[in-house]
Write a protein that binds this ligand. Sequence first.
Ligand code: PEP
Ligand code: MN
Length: 360
Amino acid sequence: MENSKDLRKWLDDMALPHPLVIAGPCSAETEEQVLKIAHGLKDTDVNYYRAGIWKPRTRPGNFEGVGAIGLKWLQKVKAETGLKTATEVANKAHVDLALEHDIDLLWIGARSTVSPFIVQDIADALKGTDKIVLIKNPVNPDLSLWLGAVERFSKANIKNLGVIHRGFSTYEKSKYRNIPEWQMAIELQTRFPDLPLINDPSHITGKRDMIFDVSQTALDLNFDGLMIETHHDPENAWSDAAQQVTPKTLIQIMRDLKIRKETDEEAAYNNELSNLRAQIDVIDNQLIDIMGRRMKVSDGIGKLKKQKNVAVLQTNRWNAILGKMILEGESKGLSEEFVLKMFKAIHQESINHQEKILNS
Ligand code: PEP
Ligand code: MN
């Protein structure tokens, strides 16, 4: 993208004393519900009021949103509370209606970002708009799809862009509804350092009691804002009941979150930081060196197996290594999740090395 600094302008212009906050129900249900929640969020740190009007439900038969009538309720929210408004758009008809009703911020849902056709259609419909457009990560952990969507909107001359990190779905069960894979958001931030990055702890966790911790992690990682689903009666919400918090809880969360500075000028802090970073650099070099040595040994095993025509993968040996390393890792304060990930990656590299030798 040509002028990346321009990407931050819409956020910088707001000159907020805190991260950007987008809050409101998963879905607009009734006019009373929409207004009641909005009044609960009036005169707080909340900047944008969100409500889903068209709901992308994974399976049919669930509440699919109230449709265009909900846009009128959002207009009422703006008139009565002064809150700016936000909703999800998934096609040209949604875009046209949302613009007609002067919605201030439009977001692209995770199920739309996966499809370049849908993304292109929405980008064409929004061409040249000065509304804020936030692109959620795709449901699957594919950075290219996410980047591709950013590029399509940027090419459509949409200047006030940003992204929302809402986590990624997995086949395996985890404590999250959508695992955060923080590394993916960090990589996107590295590619587009000026693109505002918002965290959506509601869809990452799927559970209201985990929202605070994920929000704090996001702020620790320098995210620019939070989108948190909020409902006056979460248990009885028509969608995503388990993850919504009341306006009162949201206000408490905002009060308790620690906002980190990007940096500090103090000399002693910077000296100590440089010192620690120098140690990290040395250790990282050692890690690479030791991995290289490990793979050399793997090459030796590959040559040996080739002589005897033996298969590369030895499942029993591999399981024994994993079990041992998980215990070893635990004693050094490393999580099982990390040790598993690390050894799976090492094992894969080792297999690649041996494959190369066996087939040479
Ligand atoms: C939502 O924000 O309510 C929503 C449907 O989110 P996602 O696209 O992240 O699933
Ligand atoms: Mn939701």
